[in-house]
Design a binder for this molecule. Structure first.
Ligand code: NAD
Ligand code: IPM
Ligand code: MN
Length: 356
């Protein structure tokens, strides 16, 4: 089969890890008889440089016409002085909104070979396998009013967290549907004891849970949830939460897998899914060969599964990643003291060679 994919190669380490994921995908195509056609487009920092716009209209149009979008991280210090509305990050939010991607799935799964790679004790994290379901196109990231006003000591910044009932219903329902395919437990995370938007979230989640008597359900307040993630990470199956809490908790949870460089993601909801690693453009290591391409490669595995229904091919990528880790290959973020680190390209090539 032929698949048309818009590729947004991003900034910083983006192009480096994106190239490796495309090579791996091509190999999957050769072995399983598919053709992946890539349409490169610009968004983020590179689009600001070229078009003075982090999300040019033609890019969004191309994404809407594709079968899936493969996106590398965007942003970096070069664009840090720009006002928020025109930053690379605004392009990312525009993409998510423009494609109606209300659900961001961030699987937090520890590969056995990496039990020693985390800063956390192996006995605490061994067997961790959870899914963070993050609401992606509402909440404080999109609420109005927002802005910076006034001058000098009177200068102030304002943002608004707003959740509407249907926005919470659809994401919590999706979390329950996904939990039915897993260990059948949902933890809804909010701050209902302080925030009204969270009280609404809490009430709606509670109501939705009544439709799923076979799935265990619990609420957790976000500060406690942050602590439980480190204390008893295996107690989680599916965690569903707001846009901002999901952003923060997923970076925290990535350390349960050994590195932020291991955390893929799928953004779903509209006609076209978007696949990107959970991490950023890592400007501190861009161009050094130190980037871990596995989160990006695992994001392509999610694309095969969720957008193309190619489960076997998706498994082939995950198995290849598992095999290279079992063989002891480690990028710098995963390598322990005295362990030799391979480069981004070497890691990509090793995964490619393991595709069966
Ligand atoms: P970051 O995730 O880029 O980096 C945090 C730390 O993790 C750094 O030390 C970095 O070197 C390391 N790291 C991240 N990914 C890695 C990988 N694959 N391999 C090895 N090490 C890795 O976070 P930041 O520094 O706060 O953000 C940098 C820029 O990225 C900012 O402009 C931010 O807005 C942007 N960002 C973009 C996305 C996205 O496009 N979805 C996501 C997060 C951050
Ligand atoms: C992420 C990133 C983005 C977010 C930024 C870069 C807009 O941190 O995808 O986790 O906050 O959603
Ligand atoms: Mn983030």
């Amino acid at each position: 089969m032929n698949f048309h994919i818009v590729v947004l190669a991003g900034d910083g380490i983006g192009p480096e890890i994106c190239a490796e994921s495309q090579k791996v995908l091509n190999r999957v195509g050769e072995i399983y008889g598919h053709k992946f056609e890539y349409e490169p487009q610009d968004a983020g920092g590179i689009a600001i440089d070229k078009y003075d716009n982090p999300l040019p209209e033609h890019t969004l149009k191309a994404c809407l016409a594709a079968q899936a979008v493969l996106k590398a991280p965007m942003g970096g210090p070069k664009w840090d002085k720009i006002e928020n509305k025109k930053r690379p990050e605004a392009g990312i939010l525009g993409l998510r909104k423009g494609l109606d991607l209300y659900a961001n799935l961030r699987p937090v799964k520890l590969f056995k070979a990496l039990e020693g790679a985390s800063t956390l004790k192996p006995e605490v994290i061994s067997g961790v396998d959870m899914l963070i379901v993050r609401e992606l196109i509402s909440g404080i990231y999109f609420g109005e009013p927002r802005g910076i006003h006034g001058e000098g000591k009177d200068r102030y910044g304002v943002n608004t967290e707003i959740y509407r009932t249907p926005e919470v219903e659809r994401i919590v329902k999706l979390a329950f549907e996904l939990a039915k395919l897993r260990r059948k437990k949902v933890t809804s995370v909010d701050k209902f004891n302080v925030l009204e938007s969270s009280r609404l979230w809490h009430d709606v989640a509670e109501e939705v849970s009544k439709g799923y008597p076979d799935v265990a359900f619990e609420h957790q307040i976000v500060d406690n949830a942050a602590m439980q993630l480190i204390l008893k990470p295996k107690s989680f199956d599916v965690m569903v939460t707001t846009n901002m809490f999901g952003d923060i908790l997923s970076d925290e949870a990535s350390m349960l897998t050994g590195s932020l460089g291991m955390l893929p993601s799928a953004s779903l909801g509209g006609k076209v899914g978007l696949y990107e690693p959970s991490h950023g453009s890592a400007p501190d290591i861009a161009g050094t060969g130190k980037a871990n391409p596995l989160a990006m490669i695992l994001s392509t595995a999610m694309m095969l599964k969720y957008s193309f229904q190619l489960q076997k091919e998706s498994d082939a990528i995950e198995n290849a990643v598992e095999n290279v880790l079992n063989k002891g290959l480690r990028t710098a973020d995963l390598a322990g003291k005295g362990e030799k680190a391979v480069t981004c390209t070497e890691m990509g090539a090793a995964v490619l060679a393991e595709i069966k």
